[in-house]
Design a protein around this ligand. Sequence first.
Ligand SMILES: Nc1ncnc2c1ncn2[C@@H]1O[C@H](COP(=O)(O)OP(=O)(O)OP(=O)(O)O)[C@@H](O)[C@H]1O
Ligand SMILES: [Mg+2]
Length: 160
Amino acid sequence: MPGAEPGIHALHGFVGSGKTTLARRLERTLPGMRFSPDEWLVALSGPGLNAEEFPPAFARVMALMEEQWTRALELGVPVILDHGFWRRADRDALRAQAAALGVPLTLYALTLPDEEALRRVRVRNAQPGALPISDETFRLLRAPFQPLEADEEAVWVGQE
Ligand SMILES: Nc1ncnc2c1ncn2[C@@H]1O[C@H](COP(=O)(O)OP(=O)(O)OP(=O)(O)O)[C@@H](O)[C@H]1O
Ligand SMILES: [Mg+2]
């Protein structure tokens, strides 16, 4: 494949901050293979999983995707991981994994005021194939979100 060297392009940002939108752009411009877990989850399990069903189904999707994206890297294809990487521990694990695989890692940080992100999520909820996120879920998900810390290198992506 012409263009980018094999590497990991990982997207960090809260719900509705524009990760998948940027991932789709990178898919074309790098070019690379995009891995968006929400799309796989909806394709495999539908949009209606309840709170009990969601975590194990999501874990299965993540495991399946990891097999594919590590294989893509071995084949020399850049990968775009649209996972969010909310927890510091997830980002530390990814940095360690990139080092072990011997590939460069670029972390993209997206920020958007909650008010605007929620507005966009409400619009998106009405679109086919969307993983619906209620106002209440949007608020509850704030707790597990850990912003980047000062020592974490990232490309900050500004938005209109
Ligand atoms: N500049 C923009 N102006 C208006 N809407 C936008 C803009 N960029 C993205 N959107 C829309 O906002 C919604 C949220 O964007 P996107 O799905 O990329 O966010 P996300 O970070 O992937 O969210 P999630 O964490 O839920 O996966 C989408 O419907 C997208 O089309
Ligand atoms: Mg997304």
